[in-house]
Design a protein around this ligand. Sequence first.
Ligand code: UDP
Ligand code: MG
Length: 321
Amino acid sequence: MKKTISSLSIIIPVYNEEDNLLLLHENLMAVLISLNYEYEIIYVDDGSNDNSFSILGQIAQQNVKAKVIKFTRNHGQTSAIAAGINYSVGDAVIFMDADLQNDPTDIPMLLAKLNEGYDVVSGWRKDRQDTWLTRILPSKMANWLISNITKVHLHDYGCTLKVYRNKVLKGYKLYGEMHRFLPAYAVNVGASIVEVPVKHHPRKFGKSKYGLGRTVKVLLDLFTVKFLNSYSQNPIYVFGSVGIILMLGGILLILALLVEKILYGHSLTGNPLLLMSVMLTILGVQSIFLGLIGELLVRTYHESQDKLTYHINQLLNINED
Ligand code: UDP
Ligand code: MG
């Protein structure tokens, strides 16, 4: 197989994974050594308060290609991934979870796909080992929605195990739970993508950091992604369209009530349900749009001043330049 890449950056977010790290590193090293690529492993300690950082310190001491970014506090998986991307130098960037749910032995197969010429190879946990009701079902619904709204059709946006050519990742700012929209972003900037089934194991050590709450965040992020993809240059199209529809609805309703009043003498007042439904509609729409304005402001705030969404406490085996 012709190689189209020569070096790898493996990026692994770590939040309280003390019992997984040594085995993870060992499994990963076995694969990397067999692969014969230049590599670096970037562990991002996302403010762990267990022994994770001292274990990462031992790993970094034994292998200069194991690099560690330690955050001052927990900033979330997306920020950890963003920091990893910023410090990565490999031609291909591989994302993995630290909890041994992803399997490093899938990496050679993913790279073979990348070498076929794809820009993104996306892992799909076809046989996912998590609880059905709280994890698999919400994820299925979220994936269906994301697929339909972004028009980038994947089964599993949430699977961390994915490989990207470095060039398609640079220059994208990540917020909230947005790392799962990276495939959609990459395709929007012209990348080719393929999805392949990967192994998935139940979590043996430590606890999952997420529950149902994340689904809500992902849904809200989806609004933002759709909005920014379609309307960030001309928000008036979306604000204006909805405004016109609401205004027309309001005018028609008032006309109908007036007609009723004039022809049949029905009272305009004394219909509280009408008032309530009008208020709820307006308030709901307004709060969604306020959220969207907030998203725009956050971007202005960070990007106009080149502010990062995370703060680093310490770097191991990495020179700041
Ligand atoms: N993680 C992180 N910061 C967080 C939450 C999670 O860096 O605030 C890491 C975590 O250590 C793991 C990966 O993100 O390596 C995925 O987390 P988890 O296994 O809890 O998610 P799940 O597999 O249950 O979706
Ligand atoms: Mg996990």
